[in-house]
Structure formats: C-alpha cells, structure tokens
Design a protein around this ligand. Structure first.
Ligand SMILES: C[S@@+](CC[C@H](N)C(=O)[O-])C[C@H]1O[C@@H](n2cnc3c(N)ncnc32)[C@H](O)[C@@H]1O
Length: 197
C-alpha cells in the first residue's frame, strides 16, 4: 500500500498547531479521533513532544497511519486503535484531551451524538474536547464554499453534513462540558474547544 497523503493536512497543520499548542500545554495524553492519513498525528506529536498522542480511526485507515508513524522515531506517538465512535467500544483510558479534525461533517448525527455522550467517561477532570472543521451558525453557512461542500457531502452520503454549532454546544452542555474557545481559522473553518467542568 502506498503511504497516504492529504494536501489539506500539509496546508492546515501549522495554523492548527498555533492554536492547539497553548491549549495542550497542560495535557499529557491526547486521543485523536479520525486520524485519517496520520499526518496530523505525526506533525502535532513532533511539535508538542511532551504529549502521548493516541491515534485512532476505522480499521481501513490503520495501515496508512502506521506507515506515517513508522517513518518517525517517537515512542509517545501510539499505534492506531480501532475506533468508529458509534460502533466500537472506546478505550478504557481517560484522556486529558480528545482532538478531532474534519470528522464531524463526515459523521452522521447519530455518531456525533454517540461521540458527545462518551466524553464524560473518556475525559479526565478538566479535560478538553478540541474540534477543527467547518460549522454552521444560527442555521447559516459561513461561506458559499461551505454550502457547496455540504451539498457535495450530502450527495455522497445523505447522513453526513456540516453540523450546527448550537446543536454541538447543546450536546456538550448535556455532557457536562463548557465552551472555552471558538477560533476563526482560514478557509472558513473553526476550532472549538470545550472543557469538562
Ligand atoms: C475527512 S477525514 C479527516 C482526516 C484527518 N483528521 C484530517 O483532518 O485530515 C475524516 C476521517 O473521519 C473518520 N471517520 C468518519 N466517521 C467516523 C466515525 N464514526 N468514527 C470515527 N472516525 C470516523 C474517517 O475514517 C476519516 O479518516
């Protein structure tokens, strides 16, 4: 299998790092949901070397993620675990931070519900949930390109699509988390950060 590569990761990883590095200063352990190619995991764990970074995704992505991991020497960057948030049993470990990029718009509403419902169990006290991606606000797209992207997502999979910030924030509240940050990012993306209170 050829090592997977996503140009988008190379384009967004530095700007994401600028935001998440200070947020992760007091974290020791991170669970990444939907590691995809594995590029973000390699980059962030190299740039924030005190972290134990647990990669995860559906099994079909594991070989590619492992190839990226094998190309760096970092014993704190951990081999992927099988985690489809709505289907698999979550790891028993409790993390300081759960991070995910560009996944909530791929997931169905049911999977997003399952993810938020798991946060109280999988996050430590004061743990945080950090999410990068596009979101809608007050029922509106934040750009025409996001609207076109959402149409394309629906045509591929009617259960997927850009999620409403207000819905996610309500789910976070039900899970005992409070919004601490909402950062504007390039290309009409955001970084949302919730903390367990
Ligand atoms: C668009 S890719 C993003 C990958 C990477 N995080 C990035 O930013 O490039 C979406 C990823 O979410 C994963 N994913 C989709 N549904 C999921 C679910 N229910 N549970 C866990 N991961 C899921 C996919 O397997 C895929 O790797």
């Amino acid at each position: 299998m050829m090592k997977p590569y996503a140009k988008s990761c190379e384009q967004n990883q530095a700007v994401i790092l600028d935001v998440i590095k200070p947020l992760l200063a007091n974290s020791q352990t991170v669970l990444e949901i939907g590691s995809g190619t594995g590029q973000h995991a390699v980059y962030f764990s190299q740039e924030i070397p005190h972290l134990y970074w647990q990669t995860s995704d559906c099994v079909e992505h594991h070989e590619g993620i492992q190839q990226w991991i094998d190309d760096v020497y970092n014993e704190k960057l951990l081999a992927p675990i099988a985690l489809n948030v709505g289907k698999n049993r979550w790891p028993a470990h409790c993390y300081n931070t759960i991070f995910t990029a560009n996944t909530l718009h791929i997931m169905s509403h049911k999977d997003v519900l399952a993810l938020f419902a798991q946060l109280p169990t999988s996050l430590q006290e004061k743990g945080q949930f950090i999410v990068y991606g596009p979101f809608n606000y007050h029922g509106h797209y934040t750009s025409q390109s996001n609207e076109r992207f959402d149409e394309w997502l629906h045509s591929r999979d009617p259960d997927s699509g850009i999620k409403d910030f207000e819905w996610l924030n309500e789910l976070a509240g039900q899970a005992g988390l409070k919004l601490t940050e909402d950062y504007t990012m390039p290309a009409n993306n955001r970084i949302l950060c919730w903390q367990k209170v």
